[in-house]
Design a protein around this ligand. Structure first.
Ligand code: ZN
Length: 176
């Protein structure tokens, strides 16, 4: 399992829209394993291929305590959204920044699994938040886009300064 480099805001490559996977083959399964390894090492609870500069519609997540419940979704499509959940979100591509974001509390979705089978599933709470956050990544959208322009500008300045001074910005909570 290779550990991939995670792109960081405001890298323009995070704005690319990912394209659908046409064939779920070993190349895609290797990508999934690398995404999981990179996510666990970060550590994070979700990661989209966009974040490692691979612009295919693939995401992984694992919100379990023991990190033994990996979920991989290919070409995910959210079919319905219900309720409201406001969570303090962090993102592996926006290190050290946590802000409240409003998402649907309950979603249903359709995707392909790592064997290329069609799956339909529902997700609630943190998993629903995580999947919505990762689906946004595949559209080139970041959680900071839900914040005010002023806040986003402050975050951009803070991250650029930290990078310039080579200050590590640790994730104080699981990021997605
Ligand atoms: Zn993220």
């Amino acid at each position: 399992m290779a550990k991939l480099t995670i792109l960081e805001f405001p890298d323009p490559r995070l704005r690319r829209k990912a394209v659908a996977v046409e064939l779920v083959d070993d190349k895609i399964r290797t990508l999934i394993d690398d995404l999981l390894g990179t996510m666990y090492a970060a550590p994070g609870i979700g990661l989209a291929a966009t974040q490692v500069d691979v612009h295919l519609r693939v995401l992984v997540a694992d919100i379990s305590e023991d990190k033994l419940a990996p979920l991989a979704l290919i070409n995910p499509e959210i079919l319905s959204r219900d309720g409201v959940e406001i969570t303090e979100e962090g993102c592996l591509s926006v290190p050290g920044v946590y802000e409240k974001v409003e998402r649907a509390e309950h979603i249903t979705l359709r995707a392909l699994d790592r064997d290329g089978n069609n799956i339909e599933m529902e997700a609630n709470g943190l998993l629903a938040v995580c999947i919505q956050h990762e689906c946004d990544h595949l559209e080139g959208k970041l959680f900071v886009d839900y914040l005010s322009e002023l806040k986003r500008q402050r975050i951009r300045t803070r991250l650029q300064k930290a990078r310039r001074l080579d200050i590590d910005r640790p994730h104080k909570a699981p990021a997605i």
